[in-house]
Write a protein that binds this ligand. Structure first.
Ligand code: TXA
Ligand code: MG
Length: 320
């Protein structure tokens, strides 16, 4: 059931009392709490079993509310917000003093974004304050793109979920560090380096993989993440059909027409990057539930939104 005004009012009451509320956004569902309430934020870390060294994104209604959580809102942020907010772009800027340390994992910067979903915006507006919102999943597992996914992760909790149906974006926001007038992508997302470059008229660097500097600057980039329980590998067209021999029962996720035959399974993926991203996490969950011993994902494409898709696939397939 899609959330209405009564659900939002109930959510605001919970948030004001220091409680947690999961909410829909255009990317994935978030686990919300009052960003200025350190105890409430602590509960978010606890429920997700998230390392307290990994900072959270603060969700706002726009630059005006963002200026309550950042120490300095530079002109470059204005330009980016005008172009991409509301939308899947998170900006990392020097933090305001009054933001609790737990939100930023003790670091000097804070991540802010304005989600492009009427329910999320109505919630933040009605609460009249910024909300932390990590993805509403247990740390390391697959991010939720439906309210059912959220409920499946926290079955023991009396968690209020503001349901807005399936997320249109399907993968997490682009995280962009703004420091000294330079823009650096810490996590690729639906908004690509080229689009940001076009708006800024200046170069944008991209942190590849997880080098040491990235580990310090965006702990969420460390290793395995977004992972199904079932072992997962990526394969290329030239590996077909050999990849089927790597497991007894293999679930193949592919955008190509492939004949897998029993006892294997096939999940057909969209050919177009945005549609693929929107479908990805639900497909990985379905694959995980098939009781196979291997999930094999065909590498789908290059450039644009595929960069973010490949980033998530690479992390999901990582072992350890
Ligand atoms: O699309 C999204 O961004 C979703 C929706 C719910 O808004 N949220 C989300 O949050 O993906 P989370 O917590 O799952 O991922 C936040 C990412 C992590 O990689 C974290 O390390 C990074 O943002 N991050 C947060 N604060 C940061 C900071 N101050 N500096 C660098 N990276 C930061
Ligand atoms: Mg997450």
């Amino acid at each position: 059931m899609v959330a209405g005004p009564e659900n939002i009012a109930q959510a605001v009451t919970r948030l004001a009392a220091g409680g947690l509320v999961a909410f829909v956004t255009e990317t994935v569902y978030g686990l919300g709490a009052d960003a200025f309430n350190a105890d409430a934020v602590k509960e978010v870390f606890k429920l997700k079993a998230r390392a307290t060294t990994n900072p959270l994104i603060v969700h706002v209604t726009g630059p005006e509310m963002a200026s309550r959580v950042v120490a300095d809102w530079p002109q470059i942020a204005d330009v980016l917000a005008a172009a991409f907010w509301p939308g899947p772009l998170t900006l990392v800027l020097p933090k305001a003093r009054n933001i609790p340390d737990i939100v930023t994992a003790g670091g000097p910067t804070v991540a802010v974004r304005c989600p492009d979903h009427p329910t999320a915006l109505a919630l933040i507006e009605a609460f009249d304050g910024p909300l932390v919102g990590p993805s509403a999943n247990v740390s390391g597992q697959i991010s939720p793109t439906t309210a059912e996914h959220v409920r499946a992760s926290f079955t023991d909790e009396d968690l209020l979920v503001l349901d807005g149906g399936p997320c249109s974006g399907g993968i997490e926001s682009t995280v962009l560090l703004l420091a000294g007038g330079v823009a650096r992508i810490l996590r690729p997302g639906l908004i690509g380096a080229d689009e940001i470059r076009d708006v800024l008229g200046q170069g944008v660097s991209v942190v590849e993989g997880a080098p040491e500097s990235a580990v310090v600057q965006s702990p969420g980039l460390i290793g395995r993440h977004y992972s199904p329980r079932t072992a997962m590998v990526l394969f290329r067209a030239c590996d077909w059909p050999g990849v089927l021999e790597e497991g007894e029962r293999v679930v193949v996720l592919t955008h190509e027409v492939r004949d897998v035959g029993r006892p294997h399974f096939l999940i057909a993926m969209p050919r177009e990057a945005e549609a693929y991203a929107a479908r990805l996490y639900a497909a990985l969950r379905e694959a995980d539930e098939m009781g196979a011993d291997l999930i094999a994902v065909e590498e789908p494409g290059e450039g644009g939104v595929w960069v973010a898709v490949l980033d998530r696939l690479g992390r999901a397939a990582e072992r350890g």
